[in-house]
Structure formats: C-alpha cells, structure tokens
Design a protein around this ligand. Structure first.
Ligand SMILES: Nc1ncnc2c1ncn2[C@@H]1O[C@H](COP(=O)(O)OP(=O)(O)OP(=O)(O)O)[C@@H](O)[C@H]1O
Length: 248
C-alpha cells in the first residue's frame, strides 16, 4: 500500500501581475524526508516555501499537508528565514522562548530547553543580551535555535546559513542534520550552496529558471556522515551545478 505523502504540491501555479513564477509545479514529500530545493535566482524557491507555510496563496493548484489544503499558517509548519527577524526588545533567551509559545511545558522547563538549545548553537554566554549586541551570524544562530526548538512537524529553512562564515555554517549544517535524523522532522531547505544540498539532502530538487518547474530530482543515497572530498560527493555536486547553470 502506498503511503500518503505528508506534503503535496499539485499543479501549483503562481503569478504576480503578468509574471508567471511557478508553472504546474508537482512535488510529493514523504514524512521524515529532508528535501533541498536549488535553482537559479528568481526561479521561485522562496515562493514555494512561503506558500507551504501559508503566507502566500497559490494562483492555482493545490498544496496539501496530510491530505488537507493549506489555508494559512499553522503551528505544525515552521520557517527559518535568511535574516534573523528577532524582537529587538527581547533578550536572546526570550527570543528563543518564543519558539515554545505553544508548548505545554512549564516556564522553568522551557527555560532549560532554551538554554540547552543556546548551548548547541554556542551562544550560552549571550543568553541575557539584546539582539543589538550580537553580530549578524550570532543573531542568525538565535533565529535557528528559535525555529528548531519549536519542533514543528514540517521545518522549512530559506537560505538559513547564507550569511554565516564557513565554519559556523558547517557546524550548523551538522546540527541541523543531527536534529533532523534524531527527531524525524520533515525538512525543506532552500539553498544556493550545492555542497550543503548534497551534504544534507535525501533528495535535491533542481528547479529550472522562471517559470520554475522541476528540472531533475537527484536522490542522494550516500550514507551519513558524508565526506565532501569523496569522488561520489564531488560528482553529485558537479551534476547539480551543471543542471542549475546549463540553460535549456
Ligand atoms: N511579493 C511579490 N510581488 C511580486 N513579485 C514577487 C513577490 N515575491 C516574489 N516575487 C517574484 O517572484 C519571483 C521568484 O521569487 P523567489 O523569491 O521565490 O525566488 P527564489 O528562487 O527564492 O530567488 P533567490 O534565490 O534569489 O532568493 C521573482 O521574480 C520575484 O521578483
């Protein structure tokens, strides 16, 4: 018996004014998968996430979660953006605690979880400072901690590591992967970093230039942990890069 996909995009089209951004986009995502969307700038990757999170309606077609149409935001779907979007008047810990707003835990349990999460993103020493006292990369780590602690069934990340230095990016990629593997959350990640895609994904969806459609789905069957200097890893990166940059 075929299992029902957790997420389905069915013939989804999105236009703004006269511009068609996505045309007949179809994608099923199974519960527990980590799917990465890549493609040239403007092909509609962020738009797909914004529609799935419920911030933007499709012009036509259906977006289903567990078979039900998405009709607005819901706590089972969370998103982390490239920019941190922290509340400047709240401390780092208070910002992270916002991710637990719907949790049944009591306040001391929540605080402990928030502190644990801040340790995981190496910000325990900054728990009580305001966002204005953080660097851009540190602020983004707070946003990632807030998004992950909420533990949504579907976690979407829109270029979350784009503004970080290489070392921090690498660390957070590994943490995201560990969290994904340990919680079984279904994860959709948008990135321009092809190595990041191959390091993390079960499947990489390569979109064609606007109007975005699936150019190719690349299954990544390499076992974790993936070594970036392995020939198979390098070949996959090369193949995906070629798909993105080679104009049809
Ligand atoms: N609110 C909006 N109003 C009008 N056009 C929009 C709006 N949001 C996005 N677009 C257009 O939709 C297209 C796709 O945008 P989107 O941000 O989804 O692309 P992307 O693939 O995520 O690009 P990038 O990789 O550069 O972030 C772009 O041409 C953009 O100008």
């Amino acid at each position: 018996m075929k299992t029902l996909p957790l997420i389905s995009f069915r013939n989804v089209c999105k236009s703004w004014n006269q511009v068609t951004v996505l045309e007949n986009f179809n994608l099923d995502v199974t519960s527990g998968e980590l799917v990465v969307l890549v493609g040239s700038s403007g092909c509609g990757k962020s738009t797909l996430l914004r529609m799935l999170v419920g911030l933007e309606p499709a012009s036509s077609g259906d977006i289903l979660v567990s078979g039900n149409p998405v009709s607005g935001v819901g706590k089972e779907r969370g998103i982390i953006f490239q920019e941190p979007r922290l509340f400047p008047w709240l401390t780092v810990t208070e910002n992270v605690l916002l991710g637990l707003a719907n949790s049944p835990l009591n306040s001391s349990e929540k605080k402990q979880l928030a502190l644990n999460m801040l340790e995981r993103v190496q910000l325990a020493d900054f728990a009580n400072v305001l966002p204005s006292q953080l660097s851009g990369g540190m602020a983004q780590r707070v946003a990632i901690a807030r998004g992950i602690i909420a533990h949504p069934q579907i976690l979407m990340l829109d270029e979350p590591f784009g503004a970080l230095d290489a070392l921090t990016r690498h660390t957070l990629q590994q943490q995201l992967l560990e969290l994904h593997l340990s919680t079984g959350s279904t994860t959709l990640l948008v990135t321009h970093d092809v190595e990041e895609a191959v390091a993390l994904a079960d499947r990489v969806i390569v979109l064609s230039p606007r109007p975005g459609r699936i150019r190719e789905e690349v299954k990544i069957t390499l076992p974790h942990t993936r070594h970036r200097d392995d020939i198979a890893f390098i070949d996959l990166c090369r193949h995906i890069r070629h798909l993105i940059t080679d104009v049809l």
